[in-house]
Design a protein around this ligand. Structure first.
Ligand code: GLU
Length: 311
């Protein structure tokens, strides 16, 4: 391809990014960092930025949290494109994809309980749990009933180039095992919902927290088996508290306060390797965003996790 043809093609492919919070509590500094990073990367590339509420895990969903997250994002001056997509309203789509994977023989029913896996697996998975040893892969044993559905994974290394974390490789068979798409409690797994929605929404650039880096090979494998494109990935450093734990609802991370406006956004940007001039910590939000979009350079974002400035 000649240079001019290539740049024409690049100009035509619109960058489409997204922020996809799980409504398990209010927006805290860690999730704000992912919002700021994905927003700035989209806007600095002249792209679109979509919002998706990932409430597919019903037991973890906190009533009212989605609305509160949207209110907080709006109060910080984020402007999203199009309608907010809500996963709990899209269960039919996840069901249809699972049926297709069943017909293609990509998934199989599994009867194993957590206890049985603990008793039969000796391999630690990338999630810190145990890699599934493949007990039900060749069929359910006599008198055993299906509890969940698992995706078959390959025994070879799957690689991708992350824009922040660099070259990544993972052997799914060794490091994860066949993973769940439909859980024993009837809930669709995050891995399935995120892959389908990114594909159906035409998301071609994913910028999110590095806590999801280890999930990416599972998502790429699903994309390949479903025949949908793989987005470009950038995994941002994860904010931790003083004890070195990831900020989350479980570690009781405090909600960010939009009344502190640009000062909080400046902390997030600083955390992402972009020092913010002192004067900009007190400017109106529109002015802050104008500066931040022009300053954004993904190459400056550090790969390693860092401490939350207030923690
Ligand atoms: N819903 C996920 C979370 O809040 C993020 C999913 C993603 O960005 O792929 O951790």
């Amino acid at each position: 391809m000649s240079d001019s043809v290539q740049s024409e093609a690049l100009r035509k492919s619109v960058y489409r990014g997204r922020f996809a919070p799980s409504p398990t509590g209010p927006l805290h500094f860690g999730s704000l960092v992912a919002a700021v990073g994905s927003y700035l990367d989209a806007r600095a590339n002249g792209g679109e930025w979509l919002l998706r509420i990932e409430d597919v895990d019903e037991p973890r969903t906190v009533p009212g949290a989605a609305e509160e997250i949207l209110r907080t994002l709006a109060a910080f001056g984020f402007e999203w494109d199009g309608e907010v997509l809500v996963q709990s309203r899209r269960l039919d789509l996840y069901h249809a994809a699972l049926v297709r994977l069943q017909l293609d023989g990509e998934v199989y029913p599994c009867a194993c309980s957590r206890r049985e896996i603990a008793d039969s697996s000796s391999r630690v998975s990338v999630d810190g749990g145990l890699a599934y040893p493949g007990t039900c892969r060749a069929g359910l044993g006599e008198g055993r009933a299906a509890r969940s559905w698992r995706m078959r994974v390959p025994d070879h290394a799957l690689g991708f180039e992350d824009r922040v974390q660099g070259a990544q490789r993972q052997n799914l068979a060794h490091e994860v095992g066949d993973f769940i798409l439909l859980r024993a409690d009837g809930q669709y797994a995050y891995q399935l919902a995120v892959v389908l929605d990114d594909a159906l929404q035409g998301v071609n650039s994913v910028v999110r927290g590095a806590d999801l880096l280890d999930s990416t090979p599972r998502q790429i494998w699903l994309q390949q088996r479903l025949g949908v494109p793989t987005p470009v990935y950038a995994h941002l450093p994860v904010a931790t508290n003083a004890a070195g734990e990831k900020l989350s609802k479980q570690t009781q991370a405090a909600a960010v306060n939009p009344l502190r406006g640009s000062a909080v956004l400046a902390d997030a940007l600083q955390f992402l390797g972009h020092p913010v001039p002192l004067a900009l910590r007190a400017v109106p939000l529109a002015e802050f965003w104008r500066w931040a979009i022009s300053a954004w350079t993904i190459g400056k974002v550090p790969a390693v996790r860092g401490k939350f400035p207030g923690g």
